[in-house]
Design a protein around this ligand. Structure first.
Ligand SMILES: CC(C)(COP(=O)(O)OP(=O)(O)OC[C@H]1O[C@@H](n2cnc3c(N)ncnc32)[C@H](O)[C@@H]1OP(=O)(O)O)[C@@H](O)C(=O)NCCC(=O)NCCS
Length: 180
């Protein structure tokens, strides 16, 4: 889709994932999950095989209202964004995304660029009226990023997640309407 200069000058490619990225995405996930407690998946819960990852990528690429984006630097996947609209008719006008950036590449503009690419792609799809996400209340930098891209807090589920250390995180639901 595009190549952009990150804040540290590195040239980062952002494009839809292909099945050739399956191994790179798995390697990325194996670095990401142990690096953060701001996502739902625990490292030991991530057990996907290359074959399963290929099917996952294909399920996005065969769905016109789904998008799986990777950011790549030096043949390494450094960010992943997945977006999918609801499957049932009543919720096909809206979709949820999740995003993560490699710990060694955070804070240099990749997350912002990935979400901007998602929003530009969604603007070309009249069916997509609303984009939403869920984020832990303990993740202020992500919440700041989403707010700066036009997402607003709509609701909050208290103590929705319990961390391994028995602390809780509220889940904040944020959304953006495409016609705003
Ligand atoms: C949250 C995450 C996706 C953001 O991506 P990123 O590439 O690190 O963020 P960017 O460099 O694009 O930063 C964009 C904005 O985020 C905010 N931000 C980033 N780091 C911040 C920090 N340490 N403190 C406050 N705000 C911060 C700023 O508003 C920044 O705005 P700017 O572009 O004007 O500087 C990424 O850090 C990540 O994957 N974290 C671990 C997993 C995770 O939390 N995923 C999200 C779950 S909902």
């Amino acid at each position: 889709m595009s190549t952009f200069s990150a804040k540290d000058g590195r040239q980062i490619e952002v494009r839809p994932a292909t099945i050739e990225d399956a191994e790179g995405i798995i390697s990325f996930a194996k670095i990401l999950f142990p690096s953060t407690n701001q996502v739902l998946t625990l490292p030991e819960e991530y057990k996907i095989s290359i074959e399963e990852e290929v099917l996952f990528i294909e399920s996005y690429n065969s769905n016109p209202t789904a998008l799986l984006l990777v950011a790549v630097f030096d043949n390494t996947v450094v960010s992943l964004l997945n977006f999918k609209c609801g499957e049932k008719k009543k919720i096909q006008h809206s979709g949820e995304f999740g995003i993560s950036v490699h710990p060694a590449f955070q804070g240099i503009g990749i997350g912002r660029q990935m979400i901007t690419e998602l929003l530009n792609w969604a603007k070309q799809k009249p069916q997509i009226e609303k984009i939403f996400l869920n984020v832990f209340h303990t993740n202020p930098s992500a919440i700041n990023l989403y707010k700066s891209l036009g997402f607003k807090e709509e609701g909050r589920m208290q103590k929705a997640a319990k961390q391994p250390d028995n602390t809780y995180a509220d889940m904040i639901y944020m959304s953006r309407f495409m016609n705003e």
